[in-house]
Design a protein around this ligand. Structure first.
Ligand SMILES: Cc1ncc(COP(=O)(O)O)c(C=O)c1O
Length: 355
């Protein structure tokens, strides 16, 4: 039996050629390919520049440092996300204030952000979850600096604006199974040259005018950047393929049984993930695990979209929307290397195994 994997990098001859060229050049550490990838990503988003680093988590940390966030400050972030944003806030010595999500979009609920802000709030980390932009318009109206976390979303729009162009800083992740892959990697992007210069000074310890304890070595290599450049050339095609696969799920899964991804008016979705919610009856953790393993037995690898919401790790009460998502949402495979037949098979198994 062949398994339909939950995620898989989309790598081809273009990527192999690009990396081989760098290997042949002998310039394998940070060099011209990194600079070219930074220019390429900035141009893709329509921003002034970018600074490539070793991961999305590091990109978040350096974004916070560039804004001067530290001890005594707090940063708002959602509960329903991986632990990277929380870790970045810990690294700079600030306090993370965890906020619940909007149950329909899985993104930060701006009204809850408004309630959670204090006089010490210095930034909001806004992950655009699963491919859908957060409500940037309302978040922006709060007047708190936004760090857009585009680890899961590129090329999608909110009120005609591309994700990544609204916040004071934007971060990306290029982890193997992200929309765009360099193995590991990340970037901080912005229109603010001063902030970008600060990030640049933090990713590298050498040749600084004075010792800076916050600086480190978290650079990207030209090997990774070469892959990034080749992947960026293919991103448009990847996104079209994802949209086509999402359309097949939408026509194959009965909307009266599965709550399909919601796209509010004025927003577009880039389908990094296809997250559906199963009916109320399946919300006990044991039933949920059994459902995932029945599907795996049939050759379909589905996942919980978020391993564990932050408020659960931190044992914080009153996160009803994150709790509900945690108990009912599953992520179905959607990546450009899947075929239409595989998506139809996946849709069938998801229905068959729901008891
Ligand atoms: C929303 C979000 N932010 C940040 C990150 C961290 O990125 P990385 O794994 O490159 O450190 C991830 C990665 O999974 C993510 O999904």
């Amino acid at each position: 039996m062949t398994m339909i994997p939950h995620s898989r990098p989309s790598l081809g001859q273009e990527d192999i050629r690009a990396v081989t060229e760098v290997l042949r050049s002998g310039q394998v550490a940070e060099g011209p390919a990194v600079a070219q990838f930074e220019r390429g990503m900035a141009a893709y988003l329509g921003l002034q520049g970018g600074v490539a680093v070793s991961s999305g988590t590091v990109a978040l940390e350096l974004a916070l440092r560039a804004l001067g966030v530290g001890h005594g400050d707090n940063v708002l972030l959602p509960s329903y996300v991986c632990s990277a944003p929380w870790l970045a806030v810990q690294r700079v010595g600030a306090q993370a204030r965890i906020v619940d999500i909007d149950p329909e979009t899985y993104n930060l609920d701006p009204q809850k952000v408004r309630k959670a802000r204090t006089s010490r709030t210095r930034a909001v980390i806004v992950p655009h979850m699963f491919g859908l932009p957060a409500d940037l318009t309302t978040l922006q109206s709060l007047g708190i600096p936004l760090i857009e976390d585009c680890a899961q979303t590129l090329g999608a729009t909110e009120q005609g604006r591309s994700v990544g162009t609204v916040g004071i800083l934007t971060i990306c992740s290029f982890y193997a199974t992200k929309l765009l892959c360099t193995g590991e990697g990340g970037m901080v992007l912005s229109n603010d040259a001063v902030l970008l210069e600060r990030v640049g000074a933090l990713r590298e310890y050498d040749q600084a005018p004075s010792l800076n304890a916050a600086a480190f070595n978290c650079k990207m290599t030209d090997l990774q950047a070469a892959m990034g450049i080749a992947q960026l050339d293919q991103l448009g095609t990847f996104l079209e393929q994802r949209a086509a696969l999402a359309a097949i799920y939408r026509e194959s899964l009965p909307a009266e049984i599965f709550t399909l991804p919601f796209v509010p008016s004025g927003r577009t979705h880039c389908y990094y993930r296809f997250v559906v919610r199963v009916p109320k009856g399946l919300q006990s953790p044991d039933e949920f695990t059994a459902y995932l393993s029945r599907m795996a037995h049939r050759g379909l690898q589905c996942r919980k979209p978020v391993f564990r919401p932050l408020h659960r790790y931190l044992e914080l009460p009153d996160f009803p929307a994150s709790d509900e998502a945690d108990g009912a949402a599953i992520s179905l495979p959607i990546h450009p290397s899947l075929t239409e037949v595989e998506i139809r098979q996946a849709a069938q198994i998801v229905q068959d195994e729901l008891r």
